[in-house]
Design a protein around this ligand. Structure first.
Ligand SMILES: Nc1ncnc2c1ncn2[C@@H]1O[C@H](COP(=O)(O)OP(=O)(O)OP(=O)(O)O)[C@@H](O)[C@H]1O
Ligand SMILES: [Mg+2]
Length: 407
């Protein structure tokens, strides 16, 4: 702390600032028995603006700190008296100087303290603002983290469900693939056997043997030989379908730890259709209008999960037998996939909530209300988007967009 002007020379006015000027000049006049006034050394200040005295008035210097600070002017004749008064005035001036310095110091100290307090207050306000900003930021970060964890938890929950189906399928697939393999191979062999029979049939019919022809006709072998190849073909197709369904189911066995691959999403749509076929077939006809798609780098297991969710939702929306149409194609340099159904539709007041976690209109135990939440999270994680539009009692369309990226 530094006290400004601590040792400067004080003016007469300052030295006498502790005395009321009117009262002092009145007291001087009484004490001296004649008019008197006090004037500063340079004549610039006259105490209480007492008018000038006659020219013959005496001037006695008033000394402070070895310097003449002013004069006592009076017409009083008794010089001893005047000197005594001057001495009293000088002692007033000394105590005035002490008072002035003390009060200046006090003011300076208070001012410095106040400035220091102000500085601290400003620093505190700034640090409070910093803490507030930090805590707001922290709250935001925590919210973000909670959302991320929640979304991961939901995905894991659904993925685990599917993965356990997939693991079961993988186990069953091992058992099924073997018999399906020899059924398929035996059917191919049977097809070649039938061809041999067809050659023989021509010769039997042209042999002219009436008994043989009678037996042939009564067993309706013409029809048998005609129907046999298509029976076998249907069986081959059936065996192929079983093999495909098993392999599609197996595709879900690692959805909880799926990595990225470059795939044609139409394959994933078909595979989800195969997996859901059983649940769809008794409720709706499934139509596919899949256009050519550029290959996409993605987590195929996750996207199959999305397609399965949308298919099952569409199937559940059927109050009577209906139709589900899946379209795919490229629009505006984006992959677009639509799932359209003509089921019960979604009322406008519910539509904004269908992607909310745990929102379901299904009975307790029939749905968790996570299907669409997880689907949206997965699509967003792929940089895509999903929207729903719906008309009550007319049907619902879910539209998915993916930016094209395969690097
Ligand atoms: N295609 C649709 N038609 C009509 N309503 C639908 C359709 N898809 C979704 N919804 C509505 O949105 C709700 C939420 O769907 P979501 O898939 O998230 O959950 P959920 O199907 O009820 O349960 P789950 O967790 O088993 O999928 C459904 O309960 C249903 O009311
Ligand atoms: Mg669902």
């Amino acid at each position: 702390m530094s006290v400004r002007g601590y040792d400067r020379a004080l003016s007469l006015r300052e030295l006498l600032s502790g005395v009321a000027p009117g009262k002092l000049s009145a007291a001087l006049t009484v004490l001296l028995g004649a008019p008197a006034r006090i004037v500063s050394a340079d004549g610039g200040w006259v105490m209480d603006d007492v008018p000038a005295l006659i020219e013959s008035a005496k001037r006695l210097p008033l000394v402070h700190d070895l310097e003449i600070a002013g004069f006592l002017e009076t017409t009083a004749a008794d010089q001893g008296h005047v000197r005594a008064i001057a001495i009293i005035l000088e002692s007033f001036m000394r105590s005035g100087a002490r008072y002035f310095m003390a009060s200046e110091m006090h003011i300076e100290v208070v001012k410095t303290d106040f400035e220091e307090l102000q500085r601290r207050h400003e620093a505190l306000t700034a640090s409070e603002a910093r803490y507030k900003a930090l805590s707001a930021h922290l709250e935001e970060r925590v919210k973000e983290q909670v959302n991320t964890i929640e979304s991961a938890r939901r995905q894991l929950y659904q993925a685990e469900k599917l993965a356990s189906v997939g693991q079961l399928a993988a186990g069953v697939a091992h058992e099924i693939n073997n018999p399906i393999g020899f059924i398929r191979s035996n059917l191919s062999t049977a097809q070649s056997y039938v061809q041999k029979f067809q050659h023989v049939a021509e010769r039997v019919k042209s042999s002219g043997d009436a008994a043989l022809a009678g037996a042939w006709q009564s067993a309706d072998l013409d029809f048998v030989l005609e129907d046999f190849p298509s029976l076998l073909q249907e069986s081959v197709d059936g065996a192929d379908r079983v093999a495909r369904i098993v392999s599609d189911l197996k595709g879900f066995s690692n959805v909880d730890q799926a990595g990225e691959e470059i795939v044609d999403l139409n394959d994933n749509i078909r595979s989800a259709c195969n997996v859901a076929a059983n649940q769809i077939s008794n409720r709706a006809d499934l139509k596919l209008a899949l256009g050519e798609l550029p290959k996409l780098r993605c987590k195929p297991g996750h996207l199959s999960q999305v397609f399965l969710n949308l298919l099952l939702n569409a199937a559940h929306a059927m109050k009577q037998r209906g139709e589900i149409l899946i379209q795919s194609g490229v629009e505006n340099n984006q992959i677009v996939i639509r799932f359209k159904d003509n089921g019960c539709g979604i009322p406008p007041d519910i539509l904004p909530r269908i992607f909310d976690p745990f929102f379901t209109t299904n009975d307790v135990g029939a749905g968790t209300g996570l299907g669409l939440t997880v689907s949206r999270d997965i699509i967003l994680a792929h940089g895509g988007s999903i929207e729903a539009s719906s008309t009550t009692d007319a049907g619902t369309t879910f539209t998915i967009h993916f930016p094209i990226r395969n690097t």
